[in-house]
Design a binder for this molecule. Structure first.
Ligand code: PLP
Length: 396
């Protein structure tokens, strides 16, 4: 079974995980991360969402409206609510998964405190349009959500530097992983101090038990993505027996993981440092895979391909197809797990107001029609995926 996602892990991460702790593993990871992202400071958190929550608090935002995409990971509005603020959703573009920045001015009110600009699937947010918004509304904070994109570039400018701060997620489904964990980066020294103070005040130190749990989780990841085992896991997952890898709680209630207020463990920081060294190679590989899919799937008219964008980092390569379930099932029968991404419309959830799908039509469409092609494997696998998809869809 070819998995829909797979972390780039080898013996180096295991070695790092088991190596003797340094004085300050988390601090070292933060420094290396900031350097890699070209920012002055990075602050580590147990999850990206914890970082976002405390970032909003550090910016002094309370009871404010925070503008975010309707089509994003549901943990983003969760973190907004947990910070004591109110998410306000903006639909995607018709031909682009990112939030439509032309709709943002309409969403701005006296209560708007921040805009979360997200480069979803690694497609850089349009920084020219964002610049206009920043010029018109200089009092509104801009937060870049780089959980998918990391250092994606818009016309040569890296997205993570274009705002007051940026957030990153590093669970095993992300471009690089620290097992779990998140980062906030900024160039603002004052904000750094506030955020650090909040972190030390609100989060408890990582316990030894947490380090052991993370280590066990990491060890379990290796065999999980081994092909024969992955087939079994996939069956268990579909039967609902196993749902803990990246999704382990109910997404329709506003909730956080049990340990969201416990700091990143040193084990995670050491794994993250190894992954950071692989970052360039990982992105280069994904760009190559995306280009290959693009070249060979172009003439299937039933498949709407995502664009190839210079500077995109392709956390995912996500075509749009009608009749998605049939395609997914048939691919699975041929040993390929395509899966979907963000298969929910956040504003439609009861917890977020139960809006009609017609209120955010593009996000609602994407939630129903996107499929995810594997990017982590080699060229040989890509060719197999291309072959299978072509036969499935052409047969109709
Ligand atoms: C993964 C993700 C985050 C952060 O997730 P955590 O699991 O809290 O680290 C934030 N935004 C988006 C769009 C994501 O996909």
């Amino acid at each position: 079974m070819i998995p829909r996602l797979k972390p780039y892990l080898d013996w180096r991460e295991l070695l790092a995980a088991f190596s003797w702790p340094h004085q300050d593993d988390v601090g070292r990871f933060e420094q290396a991360f900031a350097a890699k992202m070209g920012q002055k400071y990075a602050i580590a958190f147990p999850y990206g969402r914890t970082g976002l929550m405390l970032l909003l608090e550090a910016l002094g935002l309370k009871n404010k409206e925070i503008i975010c995409p309707a089509y994003t990971c549901v943990v983003v509005p969760h973190a907004i609510v947990y910070s004591g603020n109110i998410p306000v959703f903006v639909d995607s573009q018709e031909d682009d998964f990112n939030m439509n920045l032309d709709f943002v001015p309409e969403a701005i009110t006296d209560k708007t405190g921040a805009i979360i600009a997200t480069s979803i699937f690694g497609y850089p947010v349009d920084l020219d349009k964002l610049d206009n918004i920043r010029r018109t509304y200089p009092h509104i904070y801009i937060i870049q959500d780089c959980a998918h994109s990391f250092a994606a570039e818009w016309k040569g400018r890296t997205v993570q530097k274009e705002g007051n701060a940026s957030i990153f997620g590093m669970n095993i489904s992300k471009l690089i992983t620290s097992i779990f964990g998140g980062m906030v980066t900024t160039d603002d020294g004052e904000l750094l101090e506030k955020l650090k103070a909040l972190r030390d005040d609100r989060l408890k130190p990582a316990s030894f038990a947490k380090s052991i749990c993370r280590l066990l989780y990491l060890i379990a990841v290796y065999p999980t993505f081994w092909e024969p085992v992955y087939g079994l896991i996939n069956r268990l997952e579909r039967s609902g027996l196993l749902n803990f890898f990246v999704k382990y709680y109910d997404e329709s209630v506003i909730d956080m993981p049990a340990d969201y207020l416990e700091k990143m463990s040193p084990v995670e920081a050491r794994v993250g440092q190894v992954q950071l060294e692989k970052y360039d190679a990982i992105v280069a590989h994904r760009r190559k895979m995306a280009a290959l899919y693009h070249e060979h799937l172009q003439d299937i008219s039933e498949l709407l391909l995502p664009p190839l964008v210079e500077g995109a980092t392709y956390s995912h390569y996500v075509p749009v197809v009608q009749g998605r379930d049939t395609v997914l099932q048939q691919a699975l029968r041929k040993g390929i797990q395509l899966g979907w991404l963000i298969e929910y419309g956040i504003p439609e959830m009861k917890a977020y107001g139960g809006h009609l799908s017609t209120d955010f039509p593009n996000a609602a469409q994407y939630a129903l029609t996107t499929i995810n092609l594997p990017l982590c494997e080699g060229i040989k696998v890509a060719r197999e995926v291309i072959r299978v998809i072509s036969t499935i869809i052409k047969r109709g």
